[in-house]
Design a protein around this ligand. Structure first.
Ligand code: UDP
Length: 195
């Protein structure tokens, strides 16, 4: 099987390169793909929270962000090939997207941060277009308005950085309404991208 079960969370087996190739395939398809990058803390959270567990396991590409998950896979005799950190995976994805003139939308972090991250990433990956960027401090009632703005842009990739597990639950709840090719939970990545 291509999945490795760590305390109930089913991780995708594959190198970063292979994961990014799979992610790019979603950009050709019709169904909205999802990427989650749980670290050991989130695996423990999911272990005690069925709602989080179910959301993670409905993800298309669940990748091991943290050497702890890789070590656990070795202990149970079903080794995952390598740590596939969410941040690095997104950087590799941006590079591929830039070659094809693909588009993204950033949702998350404190006001101003996602916009700054967007400018930096467009500079770093010429060809990549970030169609919109907004903060992640909003109430659930505001989600429909947020989704409307995202859908108006129809980005190829939506990055959601609301912290785990809020971002995974948000993506899982709304993915059927999101008109995007691929949606990824990215934790605090916008803060890092913004420098
Ligand atoms: N965040 C947000 N909305 C919230 C709570 C947090 O957008 O309601 C953002 C926060 O500003 C930060 C990210 O979510 O950019 C969470 O980062 P953290 O490093 O705490 O999470 P992790 O990477 O561990 O999931």
């Amino acid at each position: 099987t291509s999945k490795v079960n760590i305390l109930g969370v089913r991780f995708q087996r594959g190198t970063m390169e292979q994961i990014v190739s799979r992610a790019m395939e979603f950009m050709e398809g019709q169904k909205t793909g999802t990427i989650y990058t749980p670290n050991p803390e989130i695996v423990m959270e999911a272990y005690g929270n069925p709602e989080v567990m179910a959301a993670l396991n409905r993800g298309d590409l669940v990748i091991p962000d943290g050497i702890g998950v890789v070590l656990a896979s070795r202990i149970i005799g079903e080794p995952l090939p390598e740590r596939v950190a969410g941040f690095d995976t997104v950087q590799m994805l941006f590079a591929k997207m830039a070659e094809q003139g693909r588009t993204a939308y950033f949702l998350g972090a404190a006001p101003g941060v996602a916009k700054e991250a967007a400018c930096r990433m467009e500079e770093k990956y010429p060809g990549l277009k970030v169609l919109g960027a907004e903060d992640g401090y909003f109430k659930e009632e505001e989600s429909p308005a947020r989704i409307e703005r995202i859908n108006a842009c129809r980005p190829d990739l939506l990055l959601v950085g609301l912290g785990a597990p809020r971002q995974e639950l948000w993506i899982d709840r709304h993915k059927s309404r999101l008109e995007v090719k691929l949606c990824a939970g990215v934790g605090g990545s916008f803060d890092v991208m913004a420098g």
